[in-house]
Design a protein around this ligand. Structure first.
Ligand code: B12
Length: 291
């Protein structure tokens, strides 16, 4: 079962303090908590992250995994030293050897240890799936393993979303889609998730959205931002022209356009589009607004 709450003992372990200190934080209202019917304090992962963020208090301890896991000792060290290659390797091993729920437990675990969302996306998921693609090309894993991993990742992203800290609502809305025959939607999900964490509301249309339908959605929903992810520009006919038309439609409703994904270098998107290659790039772009 997915772990969404931490106990007093676990929060104490995470921050290397005593349980009495954690109880005091909770009772003073510095660290928000829930009470069980028996009166015990329980802490949502988002509340713990909020506490760390507001108080500039980074975890210096590590949580135990609830289920016994041979990878745990390596993950414990890697999470504290921010050793991303080890965390990537653990993601791949979990995805291939363990069930779907272990992937989402792993992502929540990383998030609870203050590995930022953009780091999970750019420094773990992106390289992990790249390695998986290479393993598949070399014939080291089967097609079904690759698919299991891709859809397990999407599932884990959905579950992580329910646990993250969401900033106060900006009142802005984004429309997110992959155009034409594009099936690669994991990067788009990351972008959408990041926007939500920054207080945006989102409309997620997913993979294979015909350009004319996206144009209709732009005029119907009038978002502040349109995001398109491109991995394989070759699979969608005349992508450059489609993007130019969409850019015009978006401008008509005052929306900004952002294009991202590993295929962006092979597309001429036109001047309406801001081209960004990563989640960190999107975060910096959004931060530019608030400056
Ligand atoms: C998973 C996967 C699939 C899955 C997709 C499942 C899904 N629901 O998304 C499936 C099995 C469907 C698939 C199919 C195909 N795939 Co594929 N696939 C991959 C794989 C292994 C991982 C891609 C991925 O999800 N990465 C994880 C995410 C997190 O990384 P990302 O997409 O790069 O996104 C990051 C950034 O780019 C950025 N970003 C992404 N989008 C956006 C958007 C915005 C707005 C912003 C700001 C940022 C941003 O932020 C993200 C976080 O860092 C790659 C391998 C690789 N090297 O990438 C091959 C790969 C992309 N696939 C490839 C190919 C060829 C195909 C197929 C054509 C294979 C075939 N012969 O049938 C088909 C058809 C695809 C189609 N019509 O679109 C090639 C593409 C080669 C090329 N140069 O174009 C690759 C590189 C594999 C390879 N080495 O050959 N694939």
């Amino acid at each position: 079962m997915q772990k969404t709450m931490l106990s007093t003992a676990e929060v104490a372990r995470l921050f290397n303090v005593t349980e009495t200190t954690v109880k005091r934080w909770a009772d003073d209202g510095i660290l928000r908590c829930q009470r069980t019917p028996g009166g015990h304090r329980k802490f949502l992962i988002a509340q713990v992250v909020e506490f760390a963020e507001v108080n500039h208090f980074e975890p210096t301890g590590v949580l135990e995994f609830t289920d016994s896991d041979a990878l745990a000792p390596a993950i414990h060290v890697a999470v504290l030293s921010r050793d991303f290659p080890v965390l990537v390797d653990a993601f791949i091993r979990k995805a291939l050897a363990q069930g779907r729920s272990s992937l989402s437990t792993y992502l929540s675990y990383l998030y609870a240890h203050r590995i930022h969302l953009w780091e999970i996306f750019d420094l773990i998921l992106h390289p992990a799936l790249q390695s998986v693609g290479e393993m598949w090309e070399r014939g080291e894993i089967s097609l079904t393993q690759e698919h299991r991993l891709s859809y397990g990742t999407l599932d884990a992203l959905g579950r992580l979303q329910a646990q993250i800290l969401i900033k106060p609502a900006t009142g802005s809305t984004a429309l997110c889609a992959c155009l034409g025959e594009e099936l690669h939607e994991i990067g788009l999900r990351c972008a959408c998730s990041l926007l939500e964490s920054e207080g945006w509301s989102t409309h997620y249309l997913g993979a294979r959205v015909p350009s004319r339908d996206l144009r209709a959605a732009i005029t119907g929903l009038r978002p502040e931002m349109v995001l398109v992810s491109v991995t394989c520009p070759g699979v969608s006919e005349d992508l450059g022209r489609q993007l130019a038309e969409l850019g015009g439609e978006a401008r008509g409703v005052g929306a900004r356009c952002v294009l991202g994904g590993r295929g962006v270098d092979r597309v001429i998107a036109g001047e309406a589009w801001e081209v960004l290659s990563s989640s960190k790039g999107l975060l910096d772009y959004l931060a530019g607004d608030s400056r």
